[in-house]
Design a protein around this ligand. Structure first.
Ligand SMILES: CC(C)(COP(=O)(O)OP(=O)(O)OC[C@H]1O[C@@H](n2cnc3c(N)ncnc32)[C@H](O)[C@@H]1OP(=O)(O)O)[C@@H](O)C(=O)NCCC(=O)NCCS
Length: 150
């Protein structure tokens, strides 16, 4: 599905998006978050989640947890049919910009060492690898690359 990047709306995750976000998670990860995991997040004021909407449809999401002015990014995911069109990049730019206005000046995330597409997106945004956490992931077991943008 080809879209124009200007057609993407980025806004905060709402309760009504949770079923759609969970379905994208389930299709993309071997250990996806459940709808209840996302509902929990909405009640925490140190967690900040954004969704990308294309034509009224949830296309992806990305989240930030504010830990003492360090931003931990997780759940970066885009539905398969919308990938490769700049949606993850747009979500992350907005997440970083909103994080910076909340006083966060360093952002970190973990990624499977084999996840070339995600690593490419993160490097384009200024993230660099600062270490490897061995066997961090399950299903399948794999090392995590720890990336930071300071
Ligand atoms: C990783 C993911 C979020 C990227 O979303 P996206 O909307 O397709 O990302 P973007 O369109 O913003 O950028 C994709 C970039 O990766 C590049 N890319 C795509 N596949 C690639 C690959 N196999 N190897 C290297 N680069 C790749 C694209 O060329 C593009 O780079 P460019 O902007 O320099 O042209 C998406 O693939 C996804 O949801 N994957 C499954 C879930 C996941 O792994 N999430 C990350 C967990 S840490």
């Amino acid at each position: 599905m080809t879209i124009n990047i200007e057609e993407i709306e980025i806004r905060e995750l709402q309760d009504t998006d949770i079923e759609a976000v969970s379905a994208i998670e389930a299709a993309s990860f071997s250990m996806p978050w459940s709808p209840n995991d996302f509902r929990d997040l909405l009640s925490r004021n140190y967690c900040y989640y954004l969704v990308a909407i294309v034509d009224g449809e949830v296309a992806g999401c990305a989240g930030l947890t504010d830990i003492c002015n360090e931003g931990n990014i997780d759940n970066v995911v885009v539905a398969e049919k919308f990938r490769g069109q700049g949606i993850a990049t747009a979500l992350l730019k907005e997440l970083i910009s909103r994080g910076e206005s909340r006083g966060i000046n360093a952002f970190t995330l973990e990624v499977r060492v084999s996840n070339e597409a995600a690593i490419h997106v993160y490097e384009n945004l200024g993230f660099v690898s600062e270490g490897i956490r061995p066997r961090f992931y399950e299903k399948p077991i794999e090392d995590a690359m720890i990336m930071w943008r300071r």
